[in-house]
Design a protein around this ligand. Sequence first.
Ligand SMILES: NC(=O)c1ccc[n+]([C@@H]2O[C@H](COP(=O)([O-])OP(=O)(O)OC[C@H]3O[C@@H](n4cnc5c(N)ncnc54)[C@H](OP(=O)(O)O)[C@@H]3O)[C@@H](O)[C@H]2O)c1
Length: 296
Amino acid sequence: MLENPRIALVGPGAIGTTIAAALHEVGRTPTVCGRTAHPQLILRHDEGRIVVPGPVLTDPADIKQPFDLVFVAVKTTQLDDSAAWLAALCDENTVVCALQNGVEQKTQFAPYVSGATVLPSVVWFPAQREPDASVWLRGKPRLTLPDTPETSRVLAALQGTRCEVDLSADFLSVAWRKLLQNAVAGLMVLTGRRAGMFRRADISELALVYLRECLAVARAEGATLSDDVPQEIVNHFQRYPIDLGTSILADRQAGRPMEWDIRNGVVQRYGRKQGIATPLSDLIVPLLAAGSDGPG
Ligand SMILES: NC(=O)c1ccc[n+]([C@@H]2O[C@H](COP(=O)([O-])OP(=O)(O)OC[C@H]3O[C@@H](n4cnc5c(N)ncnc54)[C@H](OP(=O)(O)O)[C@@H]3O)[C@@H](O)[C@H]2O)c1
């Protein structure tokens, strides 16, 4: 166990600011690496706010040696552009904790991290960036990580912080369950509506059919998930506040590239690999992809 690990965080947006603030509160302030310069980071939560002193570094040349632990919270669509940060921050002794949606973090990070150990995570809390660049934390911070020896470095860093960490011996199943939730949230992009839309009988029926397709692919990939999962997920969406959005809808409405491939395309890709028909994905994925990337 390292006594005073050097901790960096790449991508100080909604999720990154939350983790940076949680670390700062207990005296483990990370070096913050971003795209846009900010003098400090501000997290608003139910009881107040936390200010993480900056500045946010914007030039990877400012990093002179690799770090022990690197949290990465850029969107998956921004990973290529973060390559210079990862090259500067990582070597084979580094642990990289990917704070991103999806089930493919290990393969996606491998080309960039100079042999570092990559730990995927499931991020369970909602947080949103406000127009003034502060972040509004809308739930209790919680991560699930795989139960592996390398996880101890992340656990030690987050111990005693406001961010709870669960370990899972069957991380693959947990990650796929979250992916199903993300995949069906993509339907909000196609309607331009928030969670309230799942209270419609026609949308909840469509969501169930789509989730059953996703479930078949998840199981073929090794996830252990029961037949009840699609209905449970629809029930959750029906209980959310009707105005609760999702980050992919926020990206769509702001005209930013969307994480359609890691949230929805992945089901179609893995379905093809496994020989599973994915008729719903075959309709949904091109619509999301074109909405994100154009042309037109
Ligand atoms: N937000 C949520 O509630 C939530 C919940 C669960 C999971 N997730 C997942 O968590 C991940 C992060 O999402 P988010 O909502 O936190 O995204 P976000 O708010 O858009 O934050 C992304 C951050 O990365 C920065 N960035 C972009 N390109 C960069 C680069 N080349 N180098 C360094 N920094 C760069 C952005 O800088 P700028 O300030 O310049 O844009 C921004 O600060 C995604 O995979 C998302 O799906 C999000």
